[in-house]
Design a protein around this ligand. Structure first.
Ligand code: WT7
Length: 684
């Protein structure tokens, strides 16, 4: 256990590690920050000069309205200029003579599976896939769903879409068929790119059959997916058949452990990647995109339960992904960078794929989990590739802490310089362990606060200059102007909690919710006219450090994944035995938060172990395994106001076993509270 003082002290960046940092002092940071806020056009114009634009800006460099009372919310950067993000991520580096540089080292789920790909090889395959997409009739503006594990082909797929101007919609491979179908329908996608299957630790995920089911669900609702491209990662082929010594057939990249995955095939719709991609032409011109054309959509939970397709555009996102990557990780040529996030989430979009590639960086892509074959896996990979910049989530750090220091110390970590964290507030104990044990008290920690909606880091320390306070994301990134306000939009005093809002646009901010601009305005701009509302609570201390305290809406952050309580409730209510459900968040020692579900059953139905198992499975099927509830409780009645609103504040207290309920004068029937306390499982 770290001592109290270690948790509350301020840590200074080690100057010997950061002599050549892009930002070396707080004076330099303050100066750059001031410039970025006072003159955003000038600040980002200088940055834009480092990128390739086919045609220059022809309108305003920045034009926006952040105030709903003045008209529709709109944001545009670099009006009229054209570019292509894939060109800037790949072609530019190959033309500069860096084609032989490794873009990605790939590390499989099994430690014996590995691979690598250079910038020029990546470009070649991206062009080939882009041609395959075009041959299938996919063109600029069409949506393409991508549902894949962490393999190099996932990055190829997203870059190929970007190259031809198709809008990618990546769905994390942990989502269920129903969730995939819902996202494909909302985005009206024309094609799906997927994989036969993959191993995650010792678990086999049969991705193609989930994809088949999702495509069928779409077709029932009238959306026909005519093209399904499938990467052969596991299943045996007719052509080259190898054996792994155990008598199992195998081929493809992931060699072990092999198995007999059978893939169902729909002729005319399904195409093997390895049959069509290598056969396609290696030449594919970029589609020159208007900077405000759509680049991708990515779904995030919404408090109404229906996921929102967060839409990002080409030009602004490109500048922001590249710039945040460069400064937050203090990127220099020669770095080996590794972000453990899945490309299915925004962290993977911006900091596995676009950000590193736009900077010409060499990074690691990891297919597996931190616990397989043992809990030393992350540090073994750091050692193997001599990783210099490492980025992961507090939930992983907390889980690994429990295995003790030996599994870390066994591996060489002397290459490390920057350790990043993202996804939720990091508790100071985990921070101090990350700092002392993983980083040997040498490295800078960057605690990066941001969201799917923000495209890139918004509040973060910078490794070469920011004095670090464990648990605080510290200061705003360039171009971000934060305020912490109360219900009436008045700034709160130091150390007081309020809503974290941003008052001017940065290039990477989302532009709309796909197909629902009104929802975009209501969710983010209505509460505080003139501000983008993050939905998070925060306070600022006397030194100006920002401490994000967590969501203030009906969202739960489980292991860094945002889930909407409404979405889980609706999955539970769909079960024929349930009449009503209310889901609240509950602190969890590893996941940060977990879900605690109160369910009211139909007359005559008993609350049994079997029913609990069924209800958990219902949520898995509806949303995905990562959303499975941790705790279910029988609730013959729910605490409600006289007007019938469920009092979640009270339910949170009950879930925590806290009898100090606060003001319950508006409650219709107080007796339900005692009943709920008496039915609370003893295991919580
Ligand atoms: C929510 C966004 C983009 C990161 C991956 C999650 C929470 C994220 C931090 C941090 C405190 C954090 C917030 C935010 N969050 N990073 N460093 N400190 N909270 O993306 O699914 O869009 O979730 O994650 O609550 O609003 P997301």
């Amino acid at each position: 256990m770290a001592d109290k003082q270690a948790l509350h002290q301020t840590y200074l960046p080690k100057s010997e590690l950061f002599e050549s940092a892009h930002v070396k002092t707080m004076e330099q940071y303050n100066e750059m920050y001031k410039h970025s806020i006072e003159n955003p056009e000038g600040f980002w114009k200088d940055i834009a000069e480092k990128f390739y634009f086919k045609t220059p800006v022809q309108g305003k460099f920045l034009e926006y309205n952040f105030d709903v009372s003045k008209g529709p919310i709109s944001i545009s950067w670099m009006q009229g200029a054209s570019t292509n993000i894939c060109y800037n991520a790949l072609d530019r580096h190959v033309q500069d003579g860096n084609g032989e540089k490794v873009a990605f080292f790939w590390e499989g789920n099994d430690p014996a599976d590995e691979g690598k790909i250079t910038y020029s090889a990546l470009l070649k395959q991206v062009c080939q896939l882009a041609n395959v997409l075009k041959n299938n009739g996919i063109k600029k503006g069409d949506r393409v769903a991508i549902y894949m594990p962490m393999i190099v082909e996932l990055s190829i797929a997203l870059l190929a879409c970007a190259r031809i101007g198709a809008i990618h919609s990546i769905v994390f491979a942990g989502f269920s068929a129903e969730s995939l179908a819902e996202r494909m329908q909302d985005g009206e996608v024309s094609a799906l790119i997927t994989t036969d299957g993959f191993w995650r630790g010792t678990k086999l995920v049969d991705l193609k059959s989930i994809s088949d089911k999702a495509i069928d669900l779409c077709s029932e609702k009238g959306l026909q997916i005519r093209t399904c491209l499938v990467v052969r990662h596991l299943s045996p082929s007719d052509e080259i058949v190898e054996t792994n010594g155990n008598g199992d057939q195998c081929d493809g990249v992931a060699k072990r452990p092999c198995h007999k995955l059978k893939v169902k095939w729909v002729e005319g719709r399904d195409q093997w990647w390895h049959q069509v991609v290598p056969a396609a032409s290696e030449e594919c011109n970029c589609e020159w995109m208007d900077t405000e054309d759509s680049l991708f959509m990515l779904y995030t939970s919404g408090s109404t339960g229906k996921p929102k397709g967060v839409l990002h555009t080409v030009g602004g996102y490109m500048l922001y992904a590249a710039t945040t990557f460069k400064y937050t990780f203090d990127y220099h040529n020669g770095d080996i960078y590794w972000c453990t996030a899945d490309v299915g989430w925004i962290t993977g979009h911006t900091y596995v794929c676009y950000g590193p590639l736009l900077n010409g960086c060499t990074s690691v892509i990891f297919e597996g989990t931190p616990f397989y074959p043992d809990a030393g896996r992350l540090w073994q990979i750091v050692d193997k590739y001599q990783v210099t910049k490492f980025y992961t989530a507090p939930t992983a750090i907390r889980a690994l802490m429990k295995y003790g220091d030996e599994l870390v110390k066994k591996y060489d970590r002397s290459s490390l310089k920057v350790l990043g964290t993202v996804g939720e507030p990091i508790n100071p104990e985990a921070w101090v362990w990350y700092y002392n044990v993983v980083g040997d008290a040498r490295c800078s920690i960057v605690d990066t606060f941001w969201q799917t909606e923000t495209g890139g880091h918004t509040i973060t320390s910078l490794p070469g200059c920011t004095p670090m306070k464990p648990g605080s994301a510290s200061f705003p990134f360039f171009g971000i102007k934060p305020s912490i306000v109360d219900e009436n939009c008045k700034p709160v005093e130091a150390d007081q909690e309020g809503y974290l809002v941003f008052s001017q646009p940065w290039p990477g901010i989302m532009r709309t919710v796909y197909g629902d601009h009104q929802r975009f305005e209501t969710t983010y701009f209505k509460k505080f006219p003139g501000y983008y509302c993050t939905g998070d609570g925060a306070k600022m201390d006397k030194d100006g450090y920002i401490w994000v305290t967590g969501r203030i809406d009906d969202m739960v952050n489980v292991s860094g994944h945002l889930l909407s309580t409404a979405e889980i409730e609706s999955a539970l209510i769909e079960h024929s035995s349930v009449v009503e459900a209310a889901v609240v968040s509950q602190p969890h020692s590893i996941k940060g938060e977990s879900t605690y579900c109160f369910v009211t059953l139909c007359q005559g139905i008993e609350f049994t172990e079997d029913l609990v198992t069924e209800l958990k499975a219902a949520v898995r099927t509806k949303i995905g395994a990562f959303a499975q509830p941790d705790m279910l409780q029988n609730a013959p009645g729910l605490p409600k106001t006289r007007s019938g609103k469920i009092m979640r504040r009270v339910l949170r207290k009950i879930a925590r076993g806290d009898r100090d309920l606060g003001d319950v004068s508006t409650m219709a029937d107080e007796s339900v509270v005692d009943t709920l306390f008496s039915l609370r499982p003893s295991t919580v």
